[in-house]
Write a protein that binds this ligand. Structure first.
Ligand SMILES: C[S@@+](CC[C@H](N)C(=O)[O-])C[C@H]1O[C@@H](n2cnc3c(N)ncnc32)[C@H](O)[C@@H]1O
Length: 292
């Protein structure tokens, strides 16, 4: 009996305690917001805990509070940067939201090609590209449409250097190629290399990767025929969303197409775009100065 209660006392979970002080929590909110625009509201404690605890362990720190202390000491250090990168959500997959790819393939791209002056390349920007699945899906789709590498430019950007480093390699784990990629494309465009699948150089070379914060100036970028800015605006506040949409509009060719994520909308954010429903997808067109 005594033995049992002792064992119970030893294995009983420690009483709940705050993993981070209020002051450090608001410091992290500001730090991540300033460096990325990502809003971490009061409900995101679990996210902070699960994303930053691995850094605490790797750096052999005692606690999240100690991590905050170090970041406070030098908010432009590599560690401070890693904290921001850890708070980005990089979820992506091949051919995410297939209806969008169908709309691009069947309607949007043929329309653009028809209107395009001979010799001008198709120009596409995958903004917030994460590990590259979106940009490479576009590359494979365009190849299937008979559009050759020299006829298209795909720019892929992201805030996180970590994900871009992976994207540039064009290598994916089995679990990643199992998500969204038709098996015929896996066989046609990938080669197995150890535990990874490597995308064919012809597709990889269609895409150039660059680190970029969507809040920075887009002056000099484009004109793009299509901008995909999917599943990233959800992390920003309204003013940031508006400012980014405004800049994207400026980087789009007249009448160019903007694609947002399925859960995102332009309603009440910007009136410079017209909406079109194509099959199961919604796309936005940059209106010209007379509002058409
Ligand atoms: C959920 S992923 C979306 C990936 C892809 N667009 C998709 O829909 O599958 C969001 C990406 O946005 C990036 N991101 C977050 N804040 C950013 C910012 N301020 N500027 C550029 N990229 C940002 C993250 O690093 C992350 O890779």
């Amino acid at each position: 009996m005594i033995e049992t209660s002792k064992a119970f006392a030893e294995t009983k979970p420690a009483p709940p305690r705050s993993v981070i002080t209020d002051d450090n929590y608001s410091f992290l909110q500001k730090h991540v917001y300033n460096a990325s625009g990502i809003v971490l509201d009061a409900s995101k404690l679990y996210l902070i805990e699960s994303r930053l605890t691995p850094i605490v362990r790797i750096e052999r720190l005692q606690s999240l509070n100690e991590l905050c202390q170090q970041v406070r000491q030098n908010s432009s250090s590599l560690l401070a940067r890693r904290v921001v990168e850890a708070m980005t959500t990089n979820e992506t997959l091949f051919f995410r939201d297939l209806a969008i790819f169908d709309a691009l393939r069947k309607t949007v791209i043929p329309r653009i090609l028809q209107a395009k002056a001979a010799g001008r390349k198709l120009s596409i920007w995958s903004a917030a590209a994460s590990t590259g699945q979106e940009a490479f899906s576009l590359g494979m789709m365009l190849n299937e449409m008979g559009i050759r590498p020299g006829e298209v430019e795909i720019l892929a950007t992201d805030l996180s250097e970590q994900v871009l480093e992976r994207a540039r390699k064009g290598r994916f784990l089995q679990i990643e190629v199992n998500r969204g990629l038709p098996s015929s494309y896996l066989l046609k465009y990938f080669r197995q290399n150890g535990l990874e699948w490597e995308i064919d150089a012809s597709i990889r070379n269609m895409v150039s990767f660059r680190s970029m914060d969507l809040r920075q100036s887009m002056r000099g970028m484009g004109p793009f025929d299509i901008v995909l800015c999917r599943n990233v605006l959800i992390y920003f506040d309204v003013d940031t969303k508006k400012a980014i949409l405004d800049q994207i509009r400026g980087a789009l060719a007249p009448g160019g197409t903007l694609v947002l994520g399925c859960a995102e909308t332009i309603i009440n954010l910007h009136d410079g775009f017209a909406t079109e429903t194509i099959g199961g997808a919604i796309v936005y067109f940059s209106k010209n100065s007379s509002g058409i």
